[in-house]
Design a protein around this ligand. Structure first.
Ligand code: UT7
Length: 349
């Protein structure tokens, strides 16, 4: 007889307990971006809703406060404080990013140690702008499966390291920041089933334009003239996909949670373009009293960090309350999407 393998038993329900964010100090208005892309403040505001964004300063090293590791550590610290938990109560760290430009170690492992954790499971998730919702689903599943009681989820980006200031599709959109939540057990459901998917046939729509091998081949050939890797986006193609396909993704997340648009208090889509947000609000027939996150106006598009940053914005200034019912929907490179109906967490003071 083979030995019986025990099954871990977890919580019936999960929730986001507390939220912490880090917004880089440096505010960059449209006027600082427009020159190299021959644009204007008016064009950027009308076509994307962006008035300003935050750019990280200083080095990329793990001791630098506005590196991927530095911003993620600070957001994580604030999420722990908002959750009234200590670092040693966290059973796993799941960190979503597309801009930690080393293959190893995982940023999650370094952040866990920075926060004072020891021997804690930690890993990174690469799912572009859908990364935070992918990580949130994984964290919730871990708590339900009984393999961690509390999981720290972080979305963090330093996209300025991948930004070509002369690229008219990307230079004014992408930006930097970090947001984190702690997921833990709950009396009632606080994180609904995830609706998620991907379409690898559309990788060209948003991608890094060269990989390490191509970059080093170019360095060998051109020396200092070699161009570093940049993020590239076929803006119109992504816009069309987002404004049409994502209606189904949002309805799927609502159906899975047994919730209708009328039951929502808050809508927190990925902050890609305020026109995409407006299109989704329209096709989903969201009632007028639903609070809609518009953090993009001051934060730009921070990819995996955008949903926790936008939750912070609606909780701090948008009229939403902890415990409100919200639909989250992340989408982007992959092309990939993930979203779920949640109850909003507490925020750090
Ligand atoms: O986070 C991941 C997911 N990302 C997204 O969801 C982003 C989706 N895409 C978008 O948000 C939009 O496609 C952009 C904001 C990137 C671009 O807006 P658009 O309305 O799709 O612009 P377009 O590329 O169709 O260009 C329209 C016009 C063109 O001029 P003509 O041919 O109509 O005379 C462009 O040459 O706007 C011109 N244009 C610009 N003008 C000033 C394009 N880029 C710029 C610019 N500044 N930066």
């Amino acid at each position: 007889m083979p030995a019986r393998i025990d099954t871990a038993v977890g919580a019936a329900h999960t929730q986001m307990l507390g939220l912490g964010v880090y917004r880089p100090e440096r505010i960059v208005p449209n006027s600082e971006i427009v020159g190299p892309i021959d644009s204007s403040d008016e064009w950027i505001q009308t076509r994307s809703g962006i008035r300003a964004r935050r750019f990280a300063s200083g080095g990329r090293g793990s001791a630098d406060p506005e590196s991927v590791i530095g911003m993620a550590t600070e957001a994580g610290r604030r999420a722990l404080a908002a959750s009234n938990l200590d670092a040693d109560q966290i059973g796993a760290v799941v960190l979503a990013t597309s801009s930690q430009m080393v293959l190893g170690p995982s940023a999650g492992a370094v952040v866990a140690t920075n926060l004072g954790m020891s021997d804690t499971a930690a890993f990174d998730v690469s799912a572009g702008c859908a990364g935070f919702c992918y990580a949130l689903a994984n964290a919730s599943h871990m708590v339900r499966a009984g393999i961690a009681q509390y999981v720290l989820v972080i979305g963090v980006e330093r996209l300025t390291d991948l930004l070509d200031p002369t690229d008219r599709s990307c230079a004014f959109i992408f930006a930097d920041g970090a947001g984190a939540v702690v997921v833990g057990p709950s009396e009632e459901e606080g994180i609904g089933p995830v609706a998620w998917g991907s379409d690898g046939s559309q990788t060209a729509a948003i991608k890094q334009d060269k990989d390490f091998q191509e970059f080093f081949a170019e360095v060998a050939e051109k020396g200092a003239e070699a161009g570093r890797p940049f993020i590239r986006m076929q803006g119109t193609a992504v816009f069309r996909w987002a404004a049409t396909f994502l209606e189904k993704a949002c309805r799927d997340a609502l159906d899975k949670a047994g919730v209708s648009a009328e039951d929502l208090d808050v809508f927190v889509p990925h902050q890609a373009n305020s026109r995409i947000t407006d299109a989704l609000v329209r096709v989903l027939k969201m009632p007028e009293n639903v609070v809609v996150a518009k953090d993009i106006a001051e934060a730009g598009n921070t990819s995996a960090a955008s949903i926790p940053l936008a939750m912070d914005q609606v909780l701090r200034t948008g009229g939403a309350q902890p415990g409100d019912t919200a639909l989250l929907m992340g989408f982007g490179a992959g092309l990939a999407y993930a979203g779920q109906v949640v109850r909003l967490p507490r925020i750090a003071e």
